[in-house]
Design a protein around this ligand. Structure first.
Ligand SMILES: CC(C)=CCC/C(C)=C/CC/C(C)=C/CC/C(C)=C/[C@@H]1[C@@H](COP(=O)(O)OP(=O)(O)O)[C@]1(C)CC/C=C(\C)CC/C=C(\C)CCC=C(C)C
Ligand SMILES: [Mn+2]
Length: 409
């Protein structure tokens, strides 16, 4: 059987890549042109829409969101072109309280700085232009607050009703009725950039899953969860970053790559945190793949690294890397000014997979982490990749990253 590689999606034939099944759906052809999609919208009853929803793969459902976001970006581009020709004068009826807005963004920056994990603050603050970094602070804060509802200290008291309220509040943010100072910043951000509300709603949906679901039957289910809690971050980010004016890629392919980066990050999180999650009774790894590998939930709760576990983990890491590879294709299509930050985050996060390997796949009791020196060494590499795309320098940079002083000594 020959390998058919889809340009926007590297998940290929199961036999060639030891994946549970072929995730590339018919709608994506190998020429990077997107074939027409089945329509579930006009003239279809709510019932048949619900049935259709059930029969669609997670990937198809996610792709609908990509199409919606791409349409919004196109509309925004058309409107900006018109604005260029005929600037709209401020008629004096709109008053913006700049002090309040600056204060709101500053509070978002502080929130990010106070938060335990300064990774995203670092990447966005150090490597991005001031206007963009403000937008990212606002988005990061909203994502973190959403995650806190199901993962924070009061998570045990969070009910689906609370998440519904959170969603209502999200609608208010998009309609220009912010509730608190952090919402003010996000409300401003979403009014400036062509960001659709759907990814935010989808993230809330993902957090709902964490309240109700602790097992994933197969990769299709896990894919949807990863899209919800992390792929959505890619959809929120690209409208702020922007696509390079010279890019020839379709908007959809860039958004697919952005989703892939979120999914790769989340798969990495899941593989790193197997032990911690098991303590909380959560197993994100696909049940059918565990069974195929001769493993059960009990093996995970026991937490013993066996050859079966190593071999299972190798497959999982391989798949996560494929998502990083898919994401890489999109980075060079982004506006140059933000590529460094995106490359940095991609390279830094991907190294956690190397750390799991270096721990001999013990992700039960050892937390995989990347040494500070290695993190710092990634920054010039990311810079080179941002400037050079896939050139010889990038290959050299890759070699430098593999350089392990200990093994050479
Ligand atoms: C074309 C192309 C490749 C474009 C790049 C688009 C882009 C910048 C994508 C960003 C992808 C990204 C960084 C996703 C974050 C994924 C993630 C780790 C999500 C976490 C979810 C829940 O996980 P969990 O509970 O298991 O983890 P914790 O232990 O709690 O950490 C999240 C926690 C959701 C919350 C997400 C954030 C706080 C991160 C938000 C980050 C941004 C908006 C900035 C991203 C931008 C750059 C440049 C890195
Ligand atoms: Mn969390």
């Amino acid at each position: 059987m020959s390998t058919v590689l889809c340009v926007v999606c590297p998940r290929v034939n199961a036999r060639d890549h030891s994946l549970p099944r072929n995730y590339c759906t018919q709608r994506r052809c190998s020429s990077n042109k997107l074939s027409s999609k089945p329509s579930f919208s006009s003239g279809v009853s709510a019932y048949s829409r619900a049935v259709a929803n059930l029969s669609r793969s997670s990937e198809e459902r996610v792709y609908e969101v990509v199409l919606k976001q791409a349409a919004l970006v196109r509309k925004h581009r058309r409107e900006s072109e018109l604005d260029l020709k005929k600037p709209v004068e401020n008629d004096g009826t709109t008053t913006i309280d700049w002090n309040r807005l600056n204060e709101a963004y500053e509070r978002c920056r502080e929130f990010c700085a106070d938060y335990d994990n300064t990774f995203y603050l670092g990447t966005c603050t150090l490597l991005m232009m001031p206007e963009l970094r403000r937008a990212f602070w606002a988005i990061i804060v909203w994502c973190r607050r959403t995650d806190e509802l199901v993962d924070g200290p009061n998570a045990a008291y969070t009910t689906p009703k609370d998440l519904e309220r959170w969603e209502k509040r999200l609608n208010d943010i998009f309609e220009g009725r912010p509730c608190d100072v952090y919402d003010v910043a996000l409300s401003d951000t979403v009014s400036k950039y062509p960001i659709d509300i759907q990814p935010f709603k989808d993230m809330i949906e993902g957090m709902k899953l964490d309240l109700t679901k602790s097992r994933y039957e197969n990769f299709d289910e896990l894919y949807l969860y990863c899209y919800n809690v992390a792929g959505t971050v890619g959809l929120m980010s690209v409208p702020v970053i922007g696509i390079a004016p010279k890019s020839k890629a379709s908007i959809e392919s860039v958004y697919n790559a952005a989703i892939a980066l979120g999914i790769a990050n989340q798969l990495t999180n899941i593989l790193r945190d197997v032990g911690e999650d098991a303590i909380r009774g959560r197993i994100y790894l696909p049940q059918d793949e565990l069974a195929q590998a001769g493993l059960s939930d009990d093996d995970i709760f026991r937490g013993k690294v066996t050859d079966k576990w190593r071999s299972f983990m190798k497959g999982q890491i391989k798949r996560a890397r494929m998502f990083y590879d898919e994401a890489e294709k999109g980075v060079s299509e982004l506006n140059l000014a933000s590529r460094w930050a995106v490359w940095a985050s991609l390279l830094l996060y991907r190294q956690i997979l190397d750390a799991i390997e270096a721990n001999d796949y013990n992700n039960f009791t050892k937390r995989a982490s990347v040494a500070k020196a290695k993190k710092l060494a990634s920054l010039p590499v990311a810079y080179a990749r941002a400037l050079m795309g896939c050139s010889k320098l990038a290959k050299l940079a890759k070699l430098v990253m593999r350089y392990e002083p200990d093994t050479l000594a």
